[in-house]
Write a protein that binds this ligand. Structure first.
Ligand code: SF4
Length: 435
């Protein structure tokens, strides 16, 4: 049996992991970040964006591959809503949850009720959803690392190494705690470092720590394990060099002096906070579990430790009022963040935000309401206008001089239009299946 593992556009860690498990069992496996496979291969596709489900090119590839006699199975984050995946893309089956726990069972048994987490159509056209897979073991073979991993650049990193799974957070827009659970399962440090060495050997230039919040590594009994986090970053830096390690996402309430010192000493020296909003009203509705005041203290603490701070913000939450949005602008003006990422609230199926969006009439959803203010000539929606405005506003307050040239203006405009379209696409999919 021959396999092609595909994750479109980027080699995801999950795809490499599945490839590694199959390779370890002696199968002939290739890994690709584009839609191509040997005609009779079994394709294991790892999809990480709801937008993949609306891609005609992806649908055509799957149809074509199945016509040629190959099978296509889909896993990854989108597998959390198998009915949409089956309805939109028509693969042979969807492997829901932590696929590495049941992939070998699937290979051995084929499409059957014996494979935990598998969803498929039966002979009557009814969707069968097997019992969920149990959380997978954190012991696993080395991932299948593609030969061109050096060319990959995801926010500056060749790959995101999984150090632990789960998140203690309850953010209503996020899939992580719903997919991996709120308990933290951490990998052994030695296993992680062995993998880092392997990535380096294969040409990876910079590695990043993945997982909802880096410092939750080895989290136990309600406490972060600062020493474990220090050893993790130190160990990775000794292999890759500290300038080639980043520890991207972290919660404002999961830092300490030791954690921040480790980020300064053993990584590129940036902290990335999911700040989301400067309004406590919105933060409460987002289930963030941290206030704007907590965020403020965290930013100041990072500066005291000599770190650069980037923040991500979400605009267009159904509960975000004009005053809430202004509070976000005020937060940015006060803290002069070194970098900012802005996105429009995307209702990922089966999250509380998706439930809220389903209950919100379209004419009250900022992602559909036409903007009538300052940017009305650009014909944006309210969410798009806020995203556009916030990016330019954040640029103005960055510590270094930033000039909004025509080129930057147009790039932001194109970006928010695309983001708005993508979120409306995701919303329409949501209404089609659950509305
Ligand atoms: S802290 Fe981050 S990973 Fe955890 S639930 Fe919130 S957004 Fe998701």
């Amino acid at each position: 049996m021959k396999f092609t593992v595909i994750s479109p556009e980027i080699y995801t860690y999950g795809a490499m992991l599945i490839g590694g498990i199959l390779k370890d069992k002696g199968y002939d496996v290739s890994i690709k970040n584009k839609l191509s496979a040997r005609p009779k291969d079994t394709v294991m596709m790892s999809l990480y964006s709801t937008l993949h489900l609306r891609s005609p090119i992806l649908k055509e590839f799957i149809e074509d591959h199945r016509k040629k006699g190959g099978q296509v199975f889909i896993g990854g984050p989108v597998s959390a809503y198998p009915e949409i995946v089956l309805g939109e893309l028509s693969p042979d089956a969807v492997l829901t949850g932590e696929g590495e726990g049941s992939i070998l069972k699937l290979v051995e048994s084929g499409i059957s009720k014996d494979v935990p987490g598998l969803s498929y159509y039966d002979e009557n056209g009814e969707i069968i959803i097997n019992t969920p897979a149990v959380p997978a073991s954190m012991k696993r073979p080395v991932p299948l690392i593609p030969t061109d991993i050096a060319k990959q650049d995801i926010r500056g990193a060749s790959a995101y190494i999984e150090t632990h799974r789960g998140c203690t957070g309850t953010c209503t827009f996020c899939q992580v705690p719903r997919y991996f659970g709120r308990g933290i399962r951490s990998r052994d440090l030695e296993d992680i470092l062995k993998e880092v060495r392997e990535f380096k050997k294969r040409g990876a230039k910079r590695l990043s720590v993945s997982g909802g919040t880096g410092s939750l590594y080895n989290y136990k009994d309600g406490h972060i394990d600062e020493d474990a986090f220090v050893s993790l970053l130190k160990g990775m830096a000794e292999i890759m060099g500290s300038k080639n390690i980043s520890s991207p996402d972290i919660r404002v309430d999961c830092i300490s002096d030791k954690v921040l010192d480790a980020i300064r000493d053993y990584s590129i020296g940036w902290v990335f906070f999911g700040l989301e909003s400067g309004s406590n009203n919105v933060l409460k509705h987002m289930g963030k579990g941290a206030s704007a005041e907590d965020a403020s203290k965290a930013v100041l603490a990072c500066r005291e430790h000599g770190l650069k701070v980037a923040g991500s913000f979400i605009v267009g939450h159904p509960y975000e009022t004009e005053e809430d949005y202004q509070a976000t602008k005020d937060f940015i003006a006060e803290h002069c963040l070194d970098d900012c990422f802005v996105s429009i609230a995307e209702p990922i199926p089966k999250t509380p935000l998706a439930d809220l969006v389903l209950k919100t009439p379209m004419d009250e959803n900022p992602t559909y309401i036409p903007h009538t203010g300052e940017y009305r000539s650009l014909k944006l929606t309210e969410s798009e206008a806020r995203s556009f405005d916030l990016q330019m506003h954040a640029d103005m307050y960055k510590p270094n001089l930033h000039v909004i040239t025509d080129q930057i203006f147009n790039a932001y405009l194109a970006g928010v239009r695309k983001d708005g379209n993508d979120v409306r696409n995701a919303t329409e999919l949501l209404f089609k299946y659950y509305g």
